[in-house]
Design a protein around this ligand. Structure first.
Ligand SMILES: Cc1cc2nc3c(=O)[nH]c(=O)nc-3n(C[C@H](O)[C@H](O)[C@H](O)COP(=O)(O)OP(=O)(O)OC[C@H]3O[C@@H](n4cnc5c(N)ncnc54)[C@H](O)[C@@H]3O)c2cc1C
Length: 310
């Protein structure tokens, strides 16, 4: 995008032919869909950018029991359908791209879409989170995954799941539902999940929990193997695949070619840069909260635009 790499606060000059919108939205999970449709409903010209698939993390949810209005235990895909339907009712312009950089322009922001860029007066960041990595040797091997829907190991296979929080257990149960044997490796002596999930875990035959077993590395000389520590020894566990699920962290793009932290992003709210959804939810990462946060960001963007137009 810009010919030079400006400092964090230097506005970037854009060529005149850049496409312009009132509001840009990065990410079309529940937060981004709610924010962009609400702004279209208010009459704004909105561009929403999604790099993967509309619905975001909801695609991974095995069953959603905490979203009033949908039948009990609906799979996340039901919510994805609802999001699509709402987008059809109040359609923003949707572009499939990975926005790695955003820039301050002096009159708003620019989103870099690879070869081109788009100018917006206000920008909502709803990019969700990305998986945390263990940083262990072998984590980049092709049979080590970070999302259960990517796991290429069918019924009857053995999958090791590393992690003991809500997400790890939810994903372990999803793998178990697909008739896989699941070996959970917990660093500590206990799981850290809500009681509902704990109850499901306790009756899930085929999910085995190994406590106080920190993983050390992944190797494949004799087939896919997780090596973990137990009581001062190294234990080798042969598996077909591994799912690492040790938490997620905010997935913000760069601002003016520099890393954008959450504090810095929050500081820019009075200048029309708003955050929505899991990216700012800390540990409260839920669909209904993400949607509420998207709505809140849309209303703040509306207030901001009205203020600058006065
Ligand atoms: C296994 C699992 C089970 C879950 N179960 C439940 C449940 O039962 N109930 C519940 O309420 N919640 C559940 N959740 C949580 C819920 O899915 C999230 O809270 C919700 O999806 C967050 O919405 P979001 O829009 O903030 O982020 P996300 O859903 O993460 O969406 C963000 C979107 O932004 C896109 N994006 C990111 N960066 C860029 C970029 N630079 N450029 C373009 N696009 C970008 C991503 O591709 C993604 O589509 C579950 C999550 C998981 C993983």
């Amino acid at each position: 995008m810009p010919p030079h790499a400006p400092g964090m606060d230097d506005p970037v000059e854009l060529p005149e032919e850049v496409e312009a919108f009132d509001v840009g939205v990065i990410g079309l999970g529940p937060a981004g869909v709610t924010a962009s449709t609400e702004l279209v409903r208010y009459g704004y010209n909105v561009m929403a950018v999604e790099r993967e698939r509309i619905g975001g993390l909801v695609h991974l949810a095995r069953k959603i029991d905490n979203f009033p209005g949908i039948p009990p235990s609906s799979p996340g895909t039901i919510v994805v359908e609802m999001l699509w339907e709402h987008l059809g009712r109040f359609p923003p312009k949707i572009v499939n791209a990975d926005v790695r950089n955003i820039y301050q322009t002096g009159v708003g922001y620019a989103m870099s879409l690879g070869e081109t860029s788009v100018a917006v007066r206000s920008l909502i960041l709803a990019p969700g989170t990305r998986p945390k990595l263990l940083g262990l040797p072998g984590e980049d091997l092709p049979w080590v995954y970070h999302s259960w829907t990517d796991v290429r190991a069918g019924p009857g296979s053995t999958v090791a799941v590393i992690g003991g929080g809500d997400l790890a257990i939810d994903q372990a149960l999803s793998l178990h539902d697909g008739d896989r044997r699941v070996e959970m490796l917990l660093r500590s002596g206990t799981t850290r999940c809500n009681r509902h999930l704990q109850g499901e875990l306790e009756v899930a035959e085929g999910v085995h929990i190994r406590t106080d077993c920190p993983p050390l590395r992944f190797e494949e000389e004799q087939g896919p193997t997780v090596v973990y520590a137990k009581g001062g020894h190294e234990i080798k566990l042969p598996v077909d695949a591994v799912l690492v699920s040790i938490g997620r962290e905010p997935a913000l793009p760069h601002l003016n070619d520099a890393i954008l932290g959450l504090d810095r992003a929050r500081y820019l709210a009075p200048e029309g840069l708003l955050l929505a959804g899991d990216v700012v939810a800390d540990r409260r990462r839920q669909v209904a909260i993400a949607m509420g946060s998207g709505l809140d960001a849309a209303m703040r963007a509306d207030e901001y635009l009205r203020r600058v137009d006065e």
